[in-house]
Design a protein around this ligand. Structure first.
Ligand code: NDP
Length: 474
């Protein structure tokens, strides 16, 4: 009997040994690069970075500087959340600078080392085989040896009556974009964190009355920001205050129903600015990737690697705790160093694979829309055109506008026989803003024979916007 037990133990030990020996080899084989396995005409990116915020650009800088072919798929919000902030004073090494300028600098620096910027969005990462397939929003595909997910987070909504109805017509998450439309108006800012404090201060030069509605009993933001509020007599705070409903005239917000200390109160206001935190952008994530209870991508305790080998995460998409631009940049650097090591471990030699490396087409091939500023200019242009006319109202500080602009340019370019497009800078085209009653940006107005026939305030994908416009040129 003892003899049999010893034999069974020896067999099990041998099997365990074989298992230990075999597994790493299998994993190594699975991630060992072999050009023969690449499908004909397939294009390859050794380091694909998803997201053009501080994490994405920092990762791009390190990837490219290590001479690894690196492509940053900027996604729908080039520049990320810093594009919405005004001055940043906690980016190490810089005393005070506009968030958008810091991001421009990060992008330029990454590009100067050879990182390629793709103004596209990756819709999905597929991990059933390696190199991993990435599907872009326009349906095209590229393959990646390693991926860094740096897609950031999107503003959370209240999900209360009236919010969707008046989205973009009085309800917004971007004070720096829309503040000038609220000159001498009354607004509320919802939230008690740094974003809410900052939104209120961005509104201060314009709005006559700003009430910050905090659901709790105190702010969550930094002491320095709370202290700074004292400089603004037009900003008031209402604690223990919930927003129950947003009301309006059908096209514009004119009131909110609040619950203050448990009591329902109706308040006349013109705008609602939401600053109630963010939700991680994980829709591109492959099936089965591990996330925490709040939806953030879980990474290893040792590195930035996710639960899928060769895929790394950086910035707010994987950070529910710090959520600082500087931390995101640091994460991006770590993720790039991990990705460089991973690519190196696959045996991939870049110089032998130059022909199949993916480089993005430059969206600049679409002609930029012509500017118009005054009603007289508009009348003159429209008089000459019996085509469908698109007026794209924008501001350069508005990330959603910057996302929509190339899409509008592309659609106008592709339908140039039937469609003509113009852009109106909302800060200087006040006359046209008034004529078309544009309460916020982006707003794209569709005109036929001098009459408005439709408009959209949503940020759309190329496919959706193209489908929207095609309806009118059938
Ligand atoms: P935070 O998560 O810090 O704050 C969110 C706020 O929204 C909290 O007060 C929260 O209330 C409130 N909230 C959440 N959900 C709701 C809801 N459904 N209804 C009403 N209120 C709600 O997010 P922020 O965007 O303000 O900040 C994110 C990070 O970015 C932070 O780390 C912050 O420091 C940083 N940041 C830094 C800036 C700077 O340094 N210049 C500027 C902006 C942001 P409650 O507290 O009750 O949960």
């Amino acid at each position: 009997m003892i003899k049999y037990i010893i034999i069974i133990i020896m067999v099990m030990a041998a099997l365990y040994g074989l298992y230990k020996l075999y597994l790493p080899k299998k994993a190594a084989q699975e991630f060992s690069y072999n050009q023969q396995t690449m499908t004909k005409n397939a294009l390859l990116v050794p380091i694909a970075i998803l997201g053009g915020g501080p994490a994405g650009y920092a990762a791009g800088l390190y990837g490219a500087r290590a001479h690894v072919h690196t492509v940053i798929f900027e996604g729908p919000y080039p520049g990320g959340q810093l594009m919405k902030t005004s001055h940043v004073e906690n980016w190490p090494g810089i005393q005070k600078q506009l968030g958008s300028d810091i991001m421009k600098g990060c992008k330029t620096q990454a590009e100067s080392f050879g990182a390629q910027i793709a103004p596209y969005t990756v819709k999905k990462i597929h991990t059933d085989s390696w190199p991993y397939k990435l599907t872009l929003l326009d349906g095209s595909e590229v393959f990646a040896l390693s991926v860094i997910i740096a897609t950031g987070a999107s503003p959370r909504k209240l999900t209360i009556p009236g919010e969707d109805k008046y989205w973009g017509s009085g309800v917004t998450t971007c004070a720096i974009c829309d503040a000038p439309f609220y000159k001498d108006k009354s607004v509320i800012v919802v939230g008690g964190g740094d974003s809410a404090l900052e939104e209120a201060m961005q509104l201060a030069p314009y709005a006559k009355d700003i009430m910050i509605c905090v659901r709790g009993e105190s702010f969550r933001g930094a002491a320095a920001m709370i202290e700074r509020l004292k400089q603004y007599p037009q900003i008031h705070t209402s604690f223990k205050t919930k927003v129950l409903e947003i009301k309006g005239t059908g096209t514009l917000v004119n009131a909110v129903t609040l619950e203050i200390n448990g009591e329902k109160v109706e308040r006349a206001i013109d705008g609602v600015f939401l600053a109630i935190g963010h939700i991680p952008n994980t829709s591109c994530m492959p099936e089965g990737m591990r996330v925490d209870s709040l939806g953030h991508i879980i990474i290893s305790s040792e590195s930035r690697e996710t639960s899928v080998p060769g895929i790394f995460a950086a910035g707010d998409v994987s950070d529910h705790r710090y959520r600082q631009a500087g931390v995101a940049a640091g994460d991006g650097i770590k993720a790039a160093l991990d990705a460089i090591a991973f690519v190196g471990s696959t045996g991939f030699i870049e110089k032998d694979n130059k022909k199949i490396l993916y480089s993005p087409n430059k969206e600049g091939m679409y002609t930029a829309l012509e500017h118009i500023l005054t009603t007289a200019e508009y009348e003159q242009k429209i008089a000459q055109d019996n085509k469908l006319v698109l007026l794209d109202f924008y501001t350069t500080a508005c990330p959603s506008c910057m996302r929509m602009m190339p899409i509008v340019e592309r659609v106008v370019f592709e339908h140039k026989d039937a469609v003509v497009g113009y852009k109106v800078d909302a800060f200087v085209g006040a006359e046209l803003m008034k004529k078309f009653v544009v309460p916020g940006v982006p707003t794209i107005v569709v005109i036929r024979n001098g009459n408005e026939i439709a408009r959209t305030k949503d940020t759309m994908t190329y496919q959706d916007f193209n489908a929207f416009i095609t309806e009118f040129i059938k």
